[in-house]
Design a binder for this molecule. Structure first.
Ligand SMILES: O=C(O)C1=C[C@@H](OP(=O)(O)O)[C@@H](O)[C@H](O)C1
Ligand SMILES: C=C(OP(=O)(O)O)C(=O)O
Length: 434
């Protein structure tokens, strides 16, 4: 997707002060386009994340005949109903977005037409069997490289039957793909996961009027109900807030108020982890918006200590580990991360990428394991040159490490940042005191 690398140097800062408004949640923005398209009537979305991943989802639905207007501040989806999508005339390009391709594979499995999904060089390396295998069990016909384990994927939709699926991994993308297929299946589609992954699909299915039942880590969807267009206000993305949380903790004298952050309990692992490390983070003005809890987060520079991280908190913080590893690199003692094998199959191998980059900027000892890493903290990071590996979360994590470094950090390519956080560098510069 990004043919030209954009290198960028982030200088050290004296401190960080001020207020940051976080852009909309990526997961919720994807789902609002999807369910808005499948509803009857109009869905109006405010604070939609204007990231490339979400535009990939928007374009896919436009290519299936859905009229979607974008005024810049409000996205208006003219829903076509559960059975109203049309065959796309071309390949659907999901760009860098795992959420788009996996959820769409589920949705397209239930359509009575042919479609092909692909993405950029990173997405075409990510595992797809986790969705294609259970969808085939529901009756879907899916072809693809490596017998349907890698994109491009070709889906010949058709009649589906509900299944009971025990997912071996806690993955909201797997769960949501099957939930969307369940809207077209005969009988009930039930998905259980080892621990609860983000539940935005469950909440939004319910919000639009779908037949969905939840109990612990199990969700059941049944077809047959009409979905109704809604007004959606997307909360700020806690995964984006995480960079400012860690920056606020590691930069001496820092104090940041991060406004309008979604604090859905299936997403707040990063708060639990950083607070356990000794981080001073206070939740203010807790409220509910479009069925999702929201708060403002006040973060102040703190002395951090190393901790052990594993188990149920891992899926609740899965995208925040690159940022958490920066906090660990500046904490007293050793932080051990385990049960996080999923980090190896994101936009890049996030364990290997952070280990290499933290070493390159002068961290303490780092040891990789199959499902995590251990990081021994240092007083200050030196800085230096690092590689983003085309992964937005790696690029932004190193940008905040730079703020607390002696010499600054040069990142080889930051074009990937616009997949999830357009305006990140401007927001960071806005609160930086140099
Ligand atoms: O469903 C979603 O919106 C997402 C689920 C997670 O992926 P997995 O389901 O692969 O854990 C997460 O990493 C991704 O950024 C967004
Ligand atoms: C893993 C991520 O997203 P996706 O799987 O949608 O590409 C992410 O945003 O960190």
């Amino acid at each position: 997707m990004h043919e030209h690398a954009t290198p960028h140097t982030v200088p050290p800062v004296k401190t960080l002060q001020g207020t940051v408004a976080i852009p909309g949640d990526k997961s919720i923005s994807h789902r609002s386009i999807m369910l808005g398209s499948l509803a009857t009537g109009i869905t109006r979305i405010t604070n939609f994340l204007r990231g490339e991943d979400n535009f990939a989802t928007m374009n896919a639905f436009r290519n299936m005949g859905v009229m979607i207007e974008d005024s810049g501040s409000v996205v208006t989806v003219h829903g076509v109903g559960v059975h109203g999508l049309q065959e796309p005339g071309d390949v659907l390009d999901c760009g860098n977005s795992g959420t788009t391709i996996r959820l769409m594979t589920g949705l397209l499995s239930g359509q009575s037409f042919f479609s092909v999904l692909t993405g950029d060089q990173y997405l075409r390396k990510r595992p797809m069997k986790r969705v294609t295998e259970p969808l085939r069990r529901m009756g879907a016909t899916i072809a693809g490289r490596g017998n349907g384990t890698l994109a491009p994927l070709a889906v010949s939709g058709g009649r589906l039957s509900g299944i009971t699926f025990q997912s071996p991994i806690a993955s909201a993308q797997v769960k949501s793909a099957l939930m969307l297929a369940g809207l077209y299946a005969d009988g009930a589609t039930t998905i259980s996961e080892p621990t609860l992954s983000r539940d935005h699909s469950e909440r939004m299915f319910r919000f639009f009027g779908a037949d969905v039942e939840t109990a612990d880590t199990t969700v059941t969807v049944r077809a047959g109900r009409e979905l109704h267009g809604q007004e959606i206000v997307v909360p700020g993305d806690i995964s984006s807030a995480a960079f400012f949380l860690v920056a606020g903790l590691i930069v001496p004298g820092a104090e940041l108020l991060i406004r309008n952050v979604g604090i859905n309990p299936t997403r707040t692992g990063v708060l639990d982890i950083l607070q356990q490390m000794g981080g001073d983070i206070v939740l203010q003005d807790q409220r509910e918006v479009s069925g999702e809890p929201v708060a403002d987060l006040l973060v102040r520079h703190s002395r951090l200590k190393g901790i052990e991280i594993g188990g149920d908190v891992v899926p609740r913080a899965i995208d925040e580990f690159p940022a958490i590893s920066v906090a660990a690199a500046l904490a007293e003692g050793t932080t051990v991360i385990k049960d996080a094998h999923e980090l190896r199959v994101k936009e890049t191998d996030r364990i290997a990428a952070m280990a290499q980059n933290l070493r390159a900027i002068g961290s303490g000892t780092i040891e990789e394991s199959e499902d995590g890493m251990s990081i021994t903290g240092v007083e200050t990071l030196r800085g230096g040159s690092v590689a983003s590996f085309g992964d937005h979360r790696i690029a932004m994590s190193l940008a905040i490490a730079a703020c607390a470094s002696r010499n600054g950090v040069t990142i080889d390519d930051v074009s990937c940042v616009s997949t999830s956080f357009p305006g990140f560098f401007e927001l960071l510069a806005g609160v930086s005191r140099v």
